[in-house]
Design a protein around this ligand. Structure first.
Ligand SMILES: Cc1ncc(COP(=O)(O)O)c(C=O)c1O
Length: 482
């Protein structure tokens, strides 16, 4: 969508949809929020949704459906085996990606489970531009290793590089030569690279990396969960692609890969997932894992209603008016925070606005989870639920020491088509207030620490009484009732 021009007002991003159904929000007074975050062990995953004002935890499974998606759910063909809904979904995916072999799975990590189970051997190496929490955990669970070979510039927070998700081709070649091609399980490229700030990959880089893998006979896999945002950025930032349609770009990308998988909690605006496998023999080899872990081959653990919605959602993901909204709102938020002096990841990516907690909270040691503390503080001071993406989201080293994350961020996700511009302005305002009161925020330590994916269900406590002091400062500025 081109930016709509304004006559007498500064231009702002415009929604190309209108609201037809709403959900009432609830802003608890701050003293109640303090009690809730304590109960949640200072982990925003453990909060109840009813106690949250703006839920910016994730874009996963919380995107707004369109009227057409809702309508499509009514024609779902419920059957354990042979559902027409599945065949409609398969045909739509083939139309868009050009791959006819579709394995359904209940969400993105279920696809990763099946892929890892098939390809990962003990001590093998999965090469990635960057890991995602679940994609890495499935590899390490099976005794494999992940090598993240993103270009060095991709990890520089403040930058004007248009494609910070690009993989470093020299590092890829060196890794293959060092590890030996027989020890490489696959090359996985993640579109819209989540953990470095929803940063896109260029088509040019995807092509070069997959060409290189093919030279060695290495299987190439695209994680297309965040492809929608990446497509937008390729269209607007990659000069050689600007005249191509979103459908053409999608097909050109898919043609590079042996396997494409995605979480339909993101791609397709619904809830589910799928693995598209180019090679027929490989597809049949992987089928058994679907029936064992997910369900029969024509539903894979998904509700058929969601599958019908998804079919429409896939088409909507090919519409520039639809896919522009998220990145343009995020850009508005990131640019505003940047101009207010808040350290944010630039250029703005997809998925959400990302605040650099390492820089902002330099007074908190990495082992006391600065991004986790900032995330808890933002819920306290505004009722906004973000997600820690840093050391808390890592797993410890084998010797029990902390693995310090290369990036330490709080992510404020913008679920697609959900928030308005006034809500975005409120977020900007409360983040700026916190930034100006950052010295009041202290660290956290675990009181209950699960071994795997500890950030989901772990519980922490504050080091000192900083939450109370922060709350008093907030009350002085905004009063007791908000
Ligand atoms: C890039 C990427 N891959 C995989 C996943 C896992 O998908 P799911 O949450 O549906 O299991 C996610 C989820 O956030 C993701 O962002």
């Amino acid at each position: 969508m081109p930016q709509i021009k304004f006559y007498s007002r500064p231009a702002v991003p415009m929604e190309m949809h209108k609201v037809k159904i709403v959900q009432q929000l609830n802003l608890l007074p701050i003293r109640e929020r303090l009690a809730k975050i304590k109960e949640a062990g200072f982990n925003t995953f453990m909060l109840h949704n009813k106690d949250i004002f703006l839920d910016m935890l994730t874009d996963s499974g919380v995107n707004a459906m369109s009227d057409n998606m809702q309508a499509a759910m009514l024609r779902a063909d419920d059957a354990y085996a042979g559902s027409e809904t599945f065949f409609r979904m398969r045909d739509k995916l083939e139309e868009i990606f050009g791959i006819a072999n579709v394995l359904p799975a209940h969400q993105g990590r279920a696809c990763e489970h099946i892929i890892a189970q098939h390809f990962v051997k003990p001590d093998s190496v999965a090469i990635m531009n960057y890991h995602f929490t679940t994609s890495k955990a499935h590899v390490t669970r099976l005794g494999g290793r992940v090598e993240e070979l993103i270009k060095d510039e991709g990890l520089v927070t403040k930058s004007d590089l248009p494609f910070k998700g690009d993989i470093d081709l020299d590092k890829v070649r060196a890794c293959i030569e060092k590890e030996g091609v027989e020890n490489i399980s696959y090359l996985r490229l993640e579109a819209g690279t989540n953990l470095i700030g929803g940063q896109p990959m260029s088509y040019e880089n995807m092509k070069a990396a997959t060409d290189l893998a093919r030279e060695y006979g290495i299987t190439t896999i695209l994680d297309a969960s965040l492809l929608q945002d990446n497509l937008y950025f390729i269209k607007v930032r990659e000069e050689s692609m600007k005249d191509k349609s979103i459908r053409e770009i999608t097909r050109m990308i898919a043609d590079l890969f042996d396997i494409v998988y995605f979480s339909a909690r993101k791609f397709g605006f619904a809830r589910g997932g799928a693995i598209l496998v180019r090679d027929e023999a490989l597809f049949h080899e992987m089928e058994d894992l679907v029936t064992m872990f997910e369900g029969f081959l024509t539903y894979g653990g998904m509700s058929v209603k969601e599958m019908e919605a998804m079919i429409v959602g896939f088409d909507e993901s090919m519409d520039m008016d639809v896919i522009s909204q998220g990145p343009q709102f995020i850009n508005h938020c990131v640019n505003a925070l940047d101009s207010l002096g808040v350290p944010v990841v630039t250029p703005a990516g997809g998925l959400g606005a990302h605040i650099d907690a390492r820089q902002l909270m330099s007074h908190i040691p990495a082992e006391q989870y600065p991004a986790g503390a900032l995330t808890a503080a933002l819920y306290l001071c505004g009722g906004i639920r973000g997600m820690e993406r840093g050391t808390m989201s890592e797993e410890r080293n084998a010797d029990g020491s902390e693995r310090i994350a290369s990036v330490e961020m709080i992510r404020l996700a913008f679920p697609r088509r959900v928030f308005t511009l006034s809500q975005t302005e409120y977020v900007i305002d409360r983040v700026k207030w916190l930034c100006d009161h950052k010295d009041l925020i202290g660290g956290l330590r675990f009181v209950h620490e699960p071994k795997t994916l500890r950030f989901f269900t772990g519980k922490l406590e504050p080091i000192g009484d900083w939450p109370e002091k922060l709350m008093e400062a907030y009350i002085r500025d905004f009063g007791e009732d908000q």
